[in-house]
Design a protein around this ligand. Structure first.
Ligand SMILES: NC(=O)c1ccc[n+]([C@@H]2O[C@H](COP(=O)([O-])OP(=O)(O)OC[C@H]3O[C@@H](n4cnc5c(N)ncnc54)[C@H](O)[C@@H]3O)[C@@H](O)[C@H]2O)c1
Length: 356
């Protein structure tokens, strides 16, 4: 059994919660090294990882450049704040390693295109960490759509509405995150819905971004916390906290999106996707198939949960590394999603619809 030698660039919340345990669950993977400027904290994480798993302690480097120059790696996970993604992915591809890149793949369209070009030139795998695509219940929705059970999907609605769920840390600093909930959670909602619809070509985008609530201080709020130092209490809050979009596709179908970190309305934190087709409809959370049979309306509940999505994501990435197969969430699709995201923000800023 060939061992895949993996490095992790950015050892913060998602690396520790999802990437590291999923790699550790595989006997054919060795997590060789960590690269992160917060060396002290990350060295403690490396020691804890070795103690908990009985695996060798990963070497800790203060930068990705040092790690890539010193270690002979097959692949890296990049789990750093958003605006650093493209730069680090280009470095990793230049060093000849495969890349699993956290979402959003990029915060600007020209950078996303540069990454597409580099992946083509390098021949390496770059998979975007669109983790919701790797859910069991989402895979079931995809099966229904592809089997034609919904007919033509002409309308889709997706949302993640947090009443108060602004992540603590760099996320609200636009210079580091590139944007607010649109890039943080909207990217998941948009990506998975567009993918389920069959990745239709975009015709036009209309968007509305707004900071309606911002950094209000309430008690007893549990929220995601960045491990990276700085902006711990969201002192810098230069992003939107709400975003919505209306996207028309060349095949005549439409997608509507709503996401928030904070909103004065009912909590609706789970990713919701509704697909409406001529023959049937389907909803995620709860998973339902809506149709008709024998002259009556029917609703079916497939008995499938979310499943271990991060493990499935890492397993799929490793399979692509081993076989050279293109990943489900590949770089070109990542670029197309970034195109929609930046167009939503541009439409909001310019107060007009953006035509593709
Ligand atoms: N797929 C998901 O479900 C999911 C969930 C949460 C976060 N994310 C994404 O993961 C990324 C990281 O988010 P997080 O919540 O783990 O943040 P975090 O702040 O907890 O972790 C980021 C880590 O990157 C390090 N870092 C910063 N700049 C670096 C650089 N140039 N080189 C190496 N390391 C660097 C920081 O020190 C920190 O340890 C973000 O892009 C976020 O959107 C994805």
């Amino acid at each position: 059994m060939k061992t895949t030698r993996v490095g992790i660039i950015g050892v913060g919340s998602i690396a520790l919660a999802a990437h590291l345990p999923s790699y550790a669950a595989r006997q054919d993977v060795e997590v060789v090294a960590f690269a992160d400027p917060e060396v002290e904290r990350v060295s403690a994480a490396a020691a804890a990882f070795a103690k908990e798993t009985g695996r060798p302690r990963p070497c800790v480097y203060g930068s990705a450049e040092e790690m890539l120059a010193s270690e002979s790696l097959d692949a890296v996970s990049i789990c750093t704040p958003n605006t650093s993604h493209v730069h680090l992915a280009l470095k990793a591809l230049d060093a000849g390693v495969h890349v699993l890149l956290e979402k959003p793949m990029a915060t600007q369209l020209d950078q996303a295109q540069a990454l597409v070009d580099k992946v083509t030139e390098s021949g390496k795998v770059l998979m975007v960490g669109m983790s919701h695509r790797y859910r069991d219940d989402v895979a079931v929705m995809k099966r229904y759509v592809e089997a034609g059970d919904l007919g033509q999907v002409y309308y889709a609605k997706t949302r993640i509405l947090r009443r108060r769920g602004t992540p603590k840390g760099w996320f609200t600093d636009k210079a580091v995150s590139g944007g607010g909930p649109l890039l943080d959670i909207g990217v998941h909602a948009l990506d998975v819905t567009w993918w389920l619809m069959g990745k239709p070509e975009v015709k036009s985008v209309s968007g509305f971004l707004y900071q309606g609530i911002g950094n209000d201080k309430l008690d007893f709020i549990q929220t995601w916390k960045a491990k990276a130092q700085g902006n711990e209490n969201n002192e810098i809050y230069t992003t939107e906290d709400f975003a919505s979009a209306f996207i028309r596709f060349a095949n005549g179908s439409v997608l509507q999106l709503e996401v928030s970190w904070a909103i004065n309305g009912p909590e609706d934190d789970a990713l919701q996707v509704d697909l409406f087709g001529a023959q049937g409809g389907m909803s995620l959370h709860p998973l339902r198939f809506y149709s008709t049979a024998h002259g009556v309306l029917t609703s079916t509940t497939p008995s499938v949960g979310m499943g271990p999505l991060y493990q499935r994501e890492i397993d799929h990435f490793l399979e692509c590394v081993h076989t050279g197969a293109p990943p489900c969430s590949d770089v070109a699709q990542g670029r197309d999603v970034v195109h929609m995201l930046v167009a939503i923000a541009a439409s909001s800023e310019q107060g007009r619809e953006i035509t593709f």
